[in-house]
Design a protein around this ligand. Structure first.
Ligand code: FPP
Length: 246
């Protein structure tokens, strides 16, 4: 289970794990009279701003929902463009990640991801693997339900092979089979942010959001800034997290 949030050097509670549903790229582009692509392009700039600020504020893991298992339903041209984004992003941004001691991680199903996209993500993970600061965790071809199904299959296989006793199956065991095992002990989300005014979870980190605090911003993702992240963090500091207790 994730730790309770720690006090940072300003004596304020900073959430260890912040997860973001970056929504509204398309509507931003429409507002600007541009193609949807322009919204995704500008969304990458917001990723840079928010990653740097989150790292400066002492967040331990920032998970960004970059491509969901449902996003394949978009027109092929848009899917193709979205698959190209990590390549452009990491080509340009890895030096800044290095300067900020940020380590890249990915959660998602790699099998369907095109080779060049997969390789660019793997390269960024490798280039930043010795960094000891914030983990910038991309949820790419990620889906919460599929993640739980895969974890279940893995547990069943372990029971069948005798590696695991059925009686030993617990919440901790299931949690350790989820894709987010790579970011333990910070796998549970402390603060979930969604931009663009929509207020739903969209199959994002279903298990890990069990006790998270939600923050909704009306801004479209390309308009999101470090200062808006600060507002969300300030708001979080006024929440009372009880984890089911009183
Ligand atoms: C949601 O807006 C956004 C996405 C589906 C894609 C988000 C991806 C990025 C910002 C870049 C990813 C970059 C890397 C490095 C992996 P929408 O298109 O659903 O907007 P709408 O709801 O207004 O149509």
């Amino acid at each position: 289970m994730g730790d309770q949030p720690q006090l940072n050097n300003n004596n304020k509670f900073i959430p260890d794990h912040v997860a973001v549903i970056m929504d509204g790229n398309g509507r931003w582009a429409e507002k600007m009279g541009e193609e949807r692509k322009a919204g995704h392009q500008e969304g990458m700039e917001a990723i840079k701003r928010v990653s740097i600020r989150a790292s400066e504020r002492g967040v331990k893991v920032l998970t960004l929902y970059a491509f969901s298992t449902e996003n394949w339903k978009r027109p092929p041209q848009e899917v193709k463009f979205l698959m190209q984004l990590p390549v452009n992003f990491f080509d340009r941004f890895v030096p800044e990640l290095q300067e900020n001691n940020i380590k890249v991680n990915m959660i998602g199903f790699k099998d369907k991801v095109p080779g060049p996209t997969k390789r660019s993500i793997e390269k960024a993970i490798d280039q930043t693997k010795n960094n000891t600061g914030m983990i910038l965790n991309f949820a790419f071809n990620y889906g919460g339900r599929a993640e739980i199904v895969e974890a279940t299959k893995s547990i069943v296989e372990k029971v069948i092979s005798g590696e695991l006793n059925k009686k030993a199956i617990s919440e901790e065991v299931l949690q350790s089979e989820l894709l987010t095992r790579s970011i333990q002990p910070y796998d549970e989300v402390d603060l979930l942010i969604r931009s663009s005014g929509e207020q739903r979870l969209s199959n994002f980190l279903l298990w890990q959001n069990a006790y998270s605090e939600f923050y909704f911003s009306k801004l479209f993702w390309p308009d999101f800034t470090g200062d808006v992240l600060d507002e969300a963090l300030d708001d979080y500091q006024n929440r009372s997290r009880r984890y089911g207790a009183i």
